[in-house]
Design a protein around this ligand. Structure first.
Ligand SMILES: Cc1cc2nc3c(=O)[nH]c(=O)nc-3n(C[C@H](O)[C@H](O)[C@H](O)COP(=O)(O)OP(=O)(O)OC[C@H]3O[C@@H](n4cnc5c(N)ncnc54)[C@H](O)[C@@H]3O)c2cc1C
Length: 406
């Protein structure tokens, strides 16, 4: 089954490659590619078979994503978000009704939007201010989110908010499944898409600001892990480990695509009467690039295979963090080196490398910055919590003095 999906991805790749510059230059979403992915069974391939998916593993997704990322970063992101992250949280923790509702949308081409980040809550996601107040059998959402990938094209939204019960007590952070179809103008009252960022790369993917003004969501759309709301955010965020493996794979795939192009160019382009490939300065760059890509691929596959190691259905947190950190930083350097090998030609938009260079920049920011991932990796390596708040160590009685007294 994996081989069939990877073969389909390889078959689609030349057409995706041909269209990639169009999405970038027109800043338009890759609807045509989404249709192809849906027909090939790649959208929602991780969904269980009884819901119409193929029960594919995260390792399967990683293999498919690498093939697509080599030619079109935008399309690879769609594949990740239609199989990992938000949708996998719904499949792991959702009610039967929630799963049955979401599955057909994803299979038909929807890429769910995961809505966590707010203007005042980026890396410190738990400082989010969006609230969901219980009122009878409904929650009323108020607040705003920004940098929401797919906002404006996605139909399914997993919106995170502070859940407040009818007595005014905070219960924890929960995720709400909200259906809105902005393309068809079918938006629930109180849900507005208020803006779109103009981004450096991945220009076909909307990064949107969303606003909720007394948006009513029935309680049956609250996604609550078995651990309940108090630990709910932590558990829902374990689903994000899969998203991180996916994001790292996109970065690695872009790097691999850039290196493929550079290798061909070095063999073809001549200077000083010789092919560039004969210059040792460039040969050693190729060797380093190849080695780094192989290392990233192994880290990512190891992370994808680690599902279940900690008793939950998602990749191990530290493995996912290490893999995404390494792959994202590596890819920026490798794509930069590949562009360098093309000389002036690499700097022109006639070559896809300038697009790949812009696209790959985001992977050390979105989905957990490189610094936040280092915090998590350090915490795991040291076997201790590494709180980031000024009072954190004091509260936990660690023998380290903070600046809290200032
Ligand atoms: C292209 C893109 C797509 C995105 N998609 C989504 C999405 O779909 N849904 C969503 O909810 N969010 C999304 N985001 C938001 C993303 O998750 C945040 O940008 C990220 O968490 C960082 O938050 P911030 O931008 O507010 O930076 P800040 O948190 O303000 O950080 C600024 C800088 O300080 C560093 N920093 C912060 N805290 C620490 C610390 N404790 N130790 C060391 N360094 C620290 C950061 O690493 C960063 O370099 C996306 C972002 C981008 C760029």
């Amino acid at each position: 089954m994996t081989h069939a999906l990877v073969a389909s991805a390889r078959d689609l790749a030349p057409e995706f490659e041909r269209r990639a510059a169009h999405w970038d230059q027109t800043r338009s979403y890759c609807w045509r590619n989404v249709q192809d992915l849906s027909e090939a069974g790649i959208m929602g391939m991780t969904l269980p078979e009884h819901l119409g998916g193929q029960g594919a593993s995260f390792l399967d997704v990683v293999e498919v994503v690498e093939e697509i990322a080599k030619v079109c970063t935008l399309t690879a992101r769609v594949v990740v978000e239609a199989n990992m992250g938000g949708i996998s949280a719904v499949m792991a923790y959702g009610s039967e009704e929630q799963k049955a509702f979401c599955a057909p949308h994803v299979l038909a081409g929807d890429k769910p939007a995961i809505c966590i980040t707010e203007p005042e809550a980026g890396s410190a996601a738990t400082e989010m201010q969006t609230t969901a107040r219980k009122c009878g059998d409904t929650y009323v959402l108020n607040g705003c989110k920004h940098w929401i990938t797919g906002g404006g094209v996605s139909k399914l939204h997993l919106i995170f908010a502070r859940v407040i019960d009818e007595a005014g007590e905070e219960q924890g952070i929960g995720g709400f499944i909200v259906f809105a179809d902005p393309m068809a103008g079918d938006m629930p009252a109180g849900f507005e898409i208020v803006g779109r960022e103009r981004t450096l790369g991945l220009c076909g993917m909307p990064e949107a600001e969303l606003r909720f003004d007394t948006l009513e969501v029935h309680e049956r759309w609250l996604l609550s892990p078995p651990s309940g709301l108090k630990r709910g955010f932590k558990d829902l965020m374990t689903a994000y480990n899969s998203q991180r493996v996916g994001a790292g794979t996109i970065a690695m795939g872009v790097a691999a695509g850039a290196l493929d192009r550079a290798k061909s160019y070095l063999l073809e382009r001549r200077q000083f009467g010789r092919p560039l490939a004969e210059f040792q300065g460039l040969q050693w760059m190729v060797a380093d690039m190849e080695t780094q890509i192989c290392a990233a691929r192994l880290l990512l596959r190891d992370a994808a295979l680690s599902c279940g190691e900690n008793g939950d259905p998602f990749p191990d947190m530290a493995k996912a963090a290490r893999a995404k950190l390494f792959a994202s930083e590596m890819a920026i350097k490798v794509v930069n080196d590949a562009l360098q090998m093309f000389g002036a030609r690499g700097y022109s938009d006639k070559e896809p490398l300038e697009r790949m260079y812009r696209d790959v920049r985001m992977f050390t920011i979105g989905g957990g910055t490189a610094q936040v991932l280092r915090n998590q990796i350090a915490s795991s390596a040291l076997g201790m919590k590494c709180p980031q708040t000024r009072t954190g160590y004091v509260d936990q009685d660690w023998p380290i003095q903070t600046l809290a007294a200032e």
